[in-house]
Design a protein around this ligand. Structure first.
Ligand code: ADP
Ligand code: TRP
Length: 333
């Protein structure tokens, strides 16, 4: 195994969906044979937006079950809850003192999530990318698989690591590389091709959840927004506004492991009515086995909690070493 190290995380704030799967989890699975991987449930991040304690607990277990069901192997990788490794929060404080207010003010995710009334947003939502940087740097991760929307946070993490290296110790932190899927970096809502597919969208019809049944998947694809033109090459032409069409074709191409050109050739001249049937079948084939496995894992919460416990012990071993080094470097006793 190389000395490259992977860390990524997902907030347990609801059911995972196709966007999380294609944007992040598929890469988590792909990287597990090649790298040492830490995959985290970002439960502290989930607190940045008000949640009911009961719902948070359920989401933590659902997300853990989804990781395993999607093929992340708990023996090969470290799967754990962020809140069980206290060095994340400790390093986050130190990095708070390194990051500049101006850097944080540029973060577009904060602007989107805080909405029009920024004064009412939690301070945690604002400093969220600093905790995220601590998550990455505490393991000295070299690679971070994420969807396209997290790219800016990764750039901030690199800025913080660079400033730490300059202020304290040259080359202490390696600068982590984002690993972003090339073709479906951002899966869009099934109802609006200009909006990201998201757990927080009010309409369940906007997303395919990893827990959806066959019937739900078929219904959602049937109702997915498209246009009335047939499938042809102009979908991806420069000034094309066929955003919903682009999204469905990209999803199909990714799940089928075929290039966009091949998909466009195969469906050339056909309508979305025909295409949607094939897309539903493909989604059912890929997603339903995952949703079945999620149910199985959720039928034994004790075992799930035990897997997370073993993971957090391993994560603590690595993270504690780093925080001790960093405390020494910055001059704490
Ligand atoms: P959400 O936005 O649905 O709350 P998260 O912010 O928890 O999802 O995202 C978890 C991971 O999934 C991140 O790596 C993120 O980039 C990726 N991701 C989330 N939504 C999408 C999407 N629509 N397309 C591609 N990747 C996504
Ligand atoms: N911010 C990420 C998201 O919303 C979740 C996350 C938290 C994360 N810490 C991380 C992702 C560290 C990668 C690395 O999806």
């Amino acid at each position: 195994m190389s000395n490259k190290r992977v860390l990524s995380g997902i907030q347990p704030t609801g059911n995972l969906h196709l966007g999380n799967y294609l944007g992040a989890i598929k890469n988590f699975v792909a990287m597990q044979n090649e790298f040492q991987c830490f995959y985290m449930l970002a439960d502290l991040h989930a607190l940045t937006i008000k949640t009911q304690p009961k719902n948070l607990k359920e989401s933590i277990l659902n997300t853990a079950a989804s990781f395993l069901a999607a093929g992340i192997d708990s023996k090969k990788n470290v799967i754990f809850c962020q809140s069980k490794v206290s060095s994340h929060a400790e390093l986050s404080w130190i990095l708070n003192c390194i990051a500049r207010i101006g850097w944080l003010s540029r973060m577009t995710q904060f602007k989107e999530k805080a909405g029009s009334n920024k004064e009412k947003a939690s301070v945690g939502l604002y400093t969220y990318p600093i905790l995220m940087s601590a998550d990455i740097l505490i393991y000295k991760a070299t690679h971070v698989p994420v969807g396209d929307d997290q790219k800016q946070h990764l750039e901030l993490c690199r800025d913080i690591a660079t400033k730490f290296n300059t202020d304290y110790e040259n080359n202490y932190f390696a600068l982590p590389e984002p690993i972003i899927p090339k073709f479906v970096a951002r899966v869009m809502s099934l109802r609006d091709g200009c909006k990201k597919m998201s757990k927080s969208d009010e309409s369940d019809l906007s997303r395919i959840n990893l827990t959806d049944t066959k019937d739900q998947i078929v219904q959602k694809i049937k109702k997915a927004k498209t246009d009335s033109d047939p499938i042809n090459e102009n979908i991806f032409e420069k000034n094309s506004k066929r955003y919903e069409a682009q999204n469905l074709i990209k999803i199909y191409s990714n799940l089928k492991s075929e290039t966009l050109d091949t998909v466009l050739n195969n469906f050339n001249g056909k309508t979305f009515y025909d295409f949607k049937k094939e897309l539903s079948e493909l989604l059912v084939e890929k997603i339903c086995p995952i949703s079945e496995k999620i149910k199985q894992y959720r039928s034994d919460d004790k075992e799930l909690i035990n897997i997370l416990k073993i993971g957090s012990e391993k994560a603590n071993d690595t993270a504690e070493k780093t925080i001790l080094e960093i405390k020494k470097i910055v001059g704490l006793l």
